[in-house]
Design a protein around this ligand. Structure first.
Ligand code: GLC
Ligand code: GLC
Length: 827
């Protein structure tokens, strides 16, 4: 069952009913100002940091869900309704929400009035723009009153939800009548003292009235759906003083039959230099100094959206921006689901995860986590081809939080860019992901200068060293910190945040990630070993390319040693072990009744080329055996579960993993992030058909028909789909902010479709089985365009013709910027 459909031409998902199983959201903004917006107009806005600069208020865990957002109310001769359905929930004759790339349109129609609101954050602006178009679809003239509504958060989102004894006395606003360009309400709480920023909510019209006090607008005991002012049909002109500041304008609108009119509302963030905070004192007008905020910048902002033409031009620029970004990689395959994932939605999600890390979604409150070291470095893998300059900046920010011994702060804060002390370090996979991100960047751009860029350790300039030195320390840290089997020590956890082998927690509420009640220096991770082989080899190759032959040789010797340890101490017989615990016992072994096999090392070992050699007898390789075990034990119709069988009771020596009921999250859920590791692995051993099959099981567009089971957005990946032992197998949770986006884009674009950037050229080596007989990939790389036409019979071993000349191997050398290269592929 579906709740809408894709409109690929417009690059939109069209939700046709308000009654989706869960709020289905979109993100506005891609630079500094961001909004979350559900199909019912719920959500909130913030400037750069979802915790420290929250503009509008949103209540997580609310009843009903998703009550809180920016709303427009219509009073049509006493009939009060909201075009987003929520919060009034009056029946609509028509409802439609079109989520597009950086914008959404919500359309509601009732009683012969159609109201369409286009929400977007224009490129270069720190503001959410809302273009509201009212159309009289009846055959009589209509006079209605339109009310806008936003509720302000008092900036620090955490304090805003907890510190009422102070906050209910500090709210302040200013109201500005029509200037000739706009009517505006300013939220200036704390501006009188240490803040130099305020919010503005304006509309490009003369208004009939305003409200800024929530209790007046809503009514003390009402829900938003019963808001007093819209039902009264008239603004009350309330002025907030403490309590709950809001901004609402009302507009009286008269429309002849068939007529339309549009208004532009702007919710903006304005920062003033500290010596320009205040409007000049004006004794004649009775204005005292240091009382009235300097609105110059706000006026400039509102003036840029004074007319509908200006608003439309800003929207066109946003559309053009995305058209350009997405033209870097596209496919025409005859499979519309594949095309829409690759060309639109997966790349879009990569941009959003790059921007948000794991901070703000409908499952992340924006007050919990900063930017993750491991998360953000992996996000780069799916983002780097979109805007390489921003990837470069991100790499340098992240590397600056690395510690001098090569370990890393697990998170850093986006405003300060400093490592987060509360969480500290000790996640021993973190350092290696830096190599992954940097290598992906250099392969994409050819910009080796980044390796010489001086970068601080622990944000201390005195400790700065070239970025390449950071990679050396990542490598060395991992190699040095190994346990009894020669495998890397796990520390607090590796990629799997819930495998906490030194934690032994009996305290309710104690953090599994930061508690180490026993630190034996023994617990080892086979997964980090596979990462070390993969990224250690990449480090060695980079060293060799820098002319550091000795460094490369000793790195390769270290990698060989860990490869051997993985094949001996890390092999259980039919699959790779997951770890050795605090006592030196095996984790992920057939010897145990539960948690026999874990997905992470299977996919990653094969990616790293561990055990891929065919044995002399021609039987299956170690890699193939591991992947066959994945197929029999982990595969379900809804994707590959993380481990099996899930734990049914608390295993204190394993940490958080078994705290989840069987089938959820890390305890046997389908953790979509690591499915692509197996997909890539299957392409490596030549099982393209199986790889493509796995891809389709979790890719949202292929799951659209199952929307009533899946329940979350059919256009973006979720972190988790409940596993086979879960009560609600197939149900997704935690959509949007997940490394799944980046890794699936890598899997589909670089391995299934098979076009991947290397140092000297693009490798073209598609492996997706026989299902698609013909497809064309267009790839921009280093300024040139490659048009790659594939005739596909489903095998491996692509034969390439480049600009009419057959070539050996699968590498297409980089061509000069501006050129177009035609590649014909037979496979
Ligand atoms: C979450 C975390 C990520 C971790 C994963 C597995 O998605 O953001 O860092 O690797 O869970 O535990
Ligand atoms: C929990 C979650 C995991 C997430 C972590 C973040 O352990 O299960 O997915 O990465 O919290 O700290």
């Amino acid at each position: 069952m579906r709740y809408g459909h894709f409109d690929d031409e417009a690059r939109e998902y069209v939700i046709t009913t308000p009654h989706t199983p869960y709020p289905w959201i979109n993100y506005l903004g891609s630079e500094r100002f961001f909004s979350l917006l559900s199909h019912q107009s719920g959500g909130y806005s913030f400037y750069r940091d979802a915790k420290m600069r929250r503009l509008t208020r949103y209540r997580y865990n609310n009843i009903p869900a998703d009550a809180g957002g920016r709303y427009f109310y219509v009073n049509d001769g006493g009939d009060v309704w909201t075009p987003s359905w929520m919060p009034v929930k009056a029946d609509l004759d028509h409802f439609e929400c079109r989520h597009g790339l950086g914008y959404s349109r919500i359309i509601g129609e009732r009683g012969g009035l159609r109201v369409e609101t286009l929400f977007f954050v224009p490129i270069g602006e720190d503001a959410e723009v809302q273009k509201v178009t009212l159309t009289n679809t009846s055959d009589a003239a209509k006079s209605v009153t339109l009310f806008s509504f936003v509720e302000f958060a008092l900036w620090n989102a955490q304090d805003d939800q907890t510190n009422y004894q102070r906050n209910l006395s500090i709210g302040e606003v200013e109201i500005e009548p029509f200037t000739g360009t706009s009517s505006a309400i300013y939220h200036k709480t704390e501006y009188r003292e240490r803040r130099d920023h305020y919010a503005v909510y304006g509309v490009n019209a003369e208004t009939a009235g305003f409200d800024t006090d929530r209790d007046t607008f809503v009514g003390a005991y009402n829900t938003l759906g019963e808001a007093a002012v819209p039902f009264a049909g008239k603004s009350a002109g309330s002025v907030a003083s403490g309590w709950y500041p809001i901004a609402s304008h009302s507009l009286d609108v008269t429309l002849e039959p068939g007529a339309s009119t549009s208004y532009t509302f702007v919710l903006g963030y304005v920062e003033n230099p500290s010596d320009e905070k205040w409007a000049p004192a004006d004794a004649d007008a009775g204005i005292a100094p240091l009382q009235v905020i300097n609105k110059t910048r706000a006026h400039e902002l509102l003036a840029r959206f004074a007319t509908t033409e200006q608003t439309d031009a800003a929207f066109d620029a946003l559309v053009a921006y995305w058209t350009d970004l997405l033209s870097g990689y596209s496919v025409t395959s005859g499979d519309e689901k594949l095309d829409r994932m690759v060309n639109i939605w997966n790349q879009y999600q990569c941009m959003v995860t790059f921007n948000m890390s794991r901070s703000a979604s409908y499952f992340e409150t924006g007050i919990g986590r900063g930017m993750g070291f491991r998360d953000s470095t992996q996000d780069l893998l799916g983002f780097v081809h979109l805007i390489p300059e921003r990837a470069r900046e991100r790499i340098l920010d992240i590397a600056a939080t690395q510690l001098p011994d090569g370990s890393a702060y697990h998170q850093y804060q986006p405003l300060t860019k400093r490592g987060n002390h509360d969480l500290g370090s000790g996640f021993n996979d973190d350092p290696l992901w830096l190599i992954a991100g940097v290598v992906a960047y250099v392969k994409e751009t050819g910009d080796v200068s980044i390796l010489d860029e001086p970068v601080p350790f622990d944000n201390d300039d005195a400790l700065a060293a070239p970025l390449f030195e950071h990679l050396t320390r990542s490598f060395t840290f991992t190699y040095t910190n190994r346990g009894p089997h020669g495998l890397p020590l796990i520390g607090r956890a590796d990629w799997n945040d819930c495998l906490n082998l030194n934690c032994f927690s009996t305290e309710p509420g104690e953090s599994f990630q930061t508690t180490e009640n026993k630190a034996g220096g023994v617990a080892e991770s086979v997964f980090i070993a596979t990462m070390f082989v993969q990224y250690g080899e990449q480090y060695a190759e980079l060293a060799a390319r820098r002319g550091l032959a000795d460094v490369a040789a000793s790195a390769r010797a270290a990698v060989a040693e860990v490869r051997e340890a993985t094949l001996s101490a890390g092999w259980d017989g039919e699959w790779f072990l997951r770890a050795y615990d605090f006592y030196g016992n095996k984790v992920g072994t057939d010897e145990k009744p539960e948690g026999k096999i874990w997905i992470e090392p299977q996919g990653f070992a094969v990616m790293a080329g561990i055990g891929t050699e065919k044995p002399a007898d021609g039987g299956p390789s170690v890699a193939e055996r591991a992947l066959a075990s994945v197929n029999t034990m982990l595969a379900t119709d809804h994707g590959l579960v993380l481990q099996y069988p899930a734990y049914t009771s608390y295993q204190i020596e394993l940490g958080e993993v078994s705290t989840y009921p069987p089938g959820y999250k890390e305890n046997g859920g389908i953790f979509c992030h690591n499915n692509p590791w197996v997909i890539i692995a299957e392409t490596i051993v030549g099982n393209g058909a199986r790889a493509f099959d796995y891809y389709k099981r979790i890719a949202p567009a292929y799951r659209e028909e199952l929307s009533d089971v899946h329940r979350l957005e059919p256009y973006v990946y979720a972190q988790m789909i409940a596993g086979k032992e879960a009560v609600r197998h197939g149900e997704a949770k935690n959509s949007w902010l997940t490394g799944t986006a980046a890794w699936n884009f890598v899997a589909v674009s670089q391995y299934l479709l098979g076009v991947r950037p290397e140092y000297d050229g693009l490798v073209v080596d598609p492996r997706l089985g026989p299902e698609l007989p013909e497809f064309t990939v267009r790839r921009r790389a280093r300024g040139a365009t490659y048009v790659i036409t594939v005739r596909n019979s489903g095998g491996t071993g692509a034969r390439l013709t480049v600009d009419g000349t057959p070539v050996d191997g699968t590498m297409v050398p980089y061509a000069p910027a501006g050129s177009t290269v035609l590649v014909d592929v037979e496979v």
